[in-house]
Design a binder for this molecule. Structure first.
Ligand code: GLU
Length: 510
């Protein structure tokens, strides 16, 4: 038996990978790294009707942006290649036929129209049609029809599927690493299709066959797959693979920020936050979805936020680097109950990570945003601008928005601030202030502050009488970050020029 930890992220390329999908990938990745095992990427594209072009590429890019390195799989290769199920098509048929031969599956010829009629009839009675132990003998399949008729249908090339023969009544007691014992009764389950008329396996068959062949040790996936667990376990048994069957862990749902239910992509648009790691345009509908990346999130912050959606480290610690997560992550510390998503908490994480970023790195990102808007800036000042403004920022774009006065003198002045702070005596005071500042040789925040304070004290006036109009003159607004820090970055010449302009343009009174 293979004892090596091998886990897989197995998305279906039916659209962009949303938050929940990335969290599944992350928990698989963390589990693999924690145990020194392998993290695989397998693309489950057997449902051709739901295939979305570009989705696979999106998934690969999203994992890259998040820093989740794939050891084996699509885009990387490996000893069990190919890892795209559509390229493994030829492989699955034999397993389905083996199941038929061993009596665990059967051929079903029911035309789609007839099944629709059964469904409609059941619905009319307020029931749900279930293809299974209670009615399969009355339907068109190889268990119900005489062998000669089955042969005839096959010879005539009749379209058919292969269905799993669900045991009539069996209590299954299964183990889930997160949930402990989970019980199912096969009485309630239907005869799922394993192999489709189009020559493709269904998800269930392909998933079990591949997990077996790829020597997957643990299946870690979303809670929505828990109802499939009994079928999968029965398939392992039927195929004779129970001894090496993977262990299962079903992750809790990610819940809406408010109210009940699972977080959906619509919630993001409604409440103004992204649910996708990166921007995505649906090729069919043309609908555009926001992404964490484009919204200015740092991948480390995004990953840290996701890790705590369902995983509980058991301490007060909230900030974890990817390495720390790998070291500390265990499935035993994943909660059973749903994890509520909070857009504010996501911003909080980004704020925290932004504070840790070197100013030069932030400056490089800020430069890109400024260039986008065609704003001219003095490159040498940007790191200091970032240093000054990051404390109040969640995103680099917040720094951009708070820093506009650094790139050009105020075009206008806050009207309320003017009425409140620009008095009759202000122009004279500002001229005097300009004189004081002009006399400061080394134009640092500390030096200008000391000079201004000494002058104000000598004049026996309140500091506010000077600082409020001074701020208005320099940044055009009544509040903002530390003014002496701002003028240090602007420099003496620009500071004096702005003071002079304000004296010229601003008038006291209402
Ligand atoms: N292809 C399935 C999905 O899209 C994989 C589920 C599983 O991990 O077994 O989520």
């Amino acid at each position: 038996m293979n004892n090596r930890v091998r886990v897989r992220f197995a998305p279906s390329p039916t659209g962009a990978l949303h938050l929940g999908g990335v969290r599944t990938a992350l928990f698989n990745y963390l589990f693999a790294r924690h145990h020194g095992g392998d993290f695989l990427l397998r693309v489950e594209d057997t449902d051709q009707a739901r295939f979305v072009p570009g989705a696979e590429e999106y998934i690969i890019n999203a994992l890259k942006w998040c820093g989740l390195t794939v050891d084996e799989g699509v885009g990387v290769g490996g000893p069990f290649a190919p890892y795209r199920q559509s390229e493994r098509k030829a492989l699955y048929r034999q397993f389905a036929l083996d199941l038929v031969a061993s009596g665990h599956a059967y051929l079903a010829f029911d035309p789609a129209g007839e099944l629709d009629e059964h469904r409609a009839a059941a619905e009319a009675k307020g029931e749900t049609f279930v293809y299974g132990g209670r009615n399969r003998r009355a339907l068109k399949n190889s268990l119900a029809l005489p062998p000669a008729e089955v042969r005839g249908l096959l010879d005539a090339g009749a379209s058919h599927v292969i269905r799993f023969k669900m045991p009539a009544y069996e209590e299954l007691v299964l183990r889930d690493i997160i949930r402990g014992e989970v019980r199912f009764n096969t009485y309630l389950l239907d005869d799922k299709v394993l192999f489709k008329a189009d020559g493709m396996p269904t998800y269930h068959l392909a998933n079990v066959v591949d997990d077996h062949l790829m020597q997957i040790s643990h299946v870690i996936r979303g809670e929505e797959w828990l109802p499939s667990l009994p079928l999968h376990v029965l398939l392992y048994r039927a195929l004779g693979w129970e001894r090496t069957m993977p262990q299962f862990a079903h992750l809790p749902l990610i819940l809406k920020p408010v109210g009940n239910g699972k977080l959906s992509k619509r919630d993001g648009n409604k409440m103004g936050f992204p649910v996708f790691p990166m921007e995505f345009t649906d090729p069919e509908t043309g609908e555009k979805w926001r992404g964490y990346k484009e919204d200015g999130y740092l991948p480390e912050a995004f990953i840290n936020m996701l890790a705590l959606l369902g995983w509980n480290p058991g301490t007060e610690q909230e900030i974890f680097s990817l390495d720390e997560l790998c070291e500390q992550f265990t499935l035993e510390c994943v909660n059973k109950s749903g994890a509520r998503f909070s857009p504010d908490k996501a911003k909080w994480f980004n704020h925290k990570y932004l504070q840790e970023k070197p100013d030069a790195e932030l400056a490089a990102s800020l430069a890109l945003l400024l260039a986008d808007e065609g704003i001219h800036y003095d490159e040498a000042r940007l790191a200091r601008v970032c240093h000054l403004l990051k404390e109040r920022a969640n995103f680099v774009s917040d720094i951009r928005d708070a820093s506009r006065f650094f790139y050009s003198a105020p075009g206008s002045y806050d009207e309320k601030g003017r009425r409140k702070n620009w008095k009759e005596e202000t122009p004279a005071l500002m001229r005097e202030l300009a004189g004081v500042l002009a006399g400061v040789a080394d134009f640092t925040a500390a030096a200008t502050e000391a000079a201004v304070r000494a002058w104000v004290t000598g004049k026996e006036i309140g500091l506010g009488k000077v600082m409020n109009p001074f701020r208005l003159a320099i940044i055009g607004a009544a509040d903002g970050p530390a003014l002496f820090e701002i003028i240090e970055i602007l420099g003496k010449e620009e500071t004096l020029a702005r003071l002079a302009t304000a004296v010229e343009r601003l008038r006291a009174g209402n």
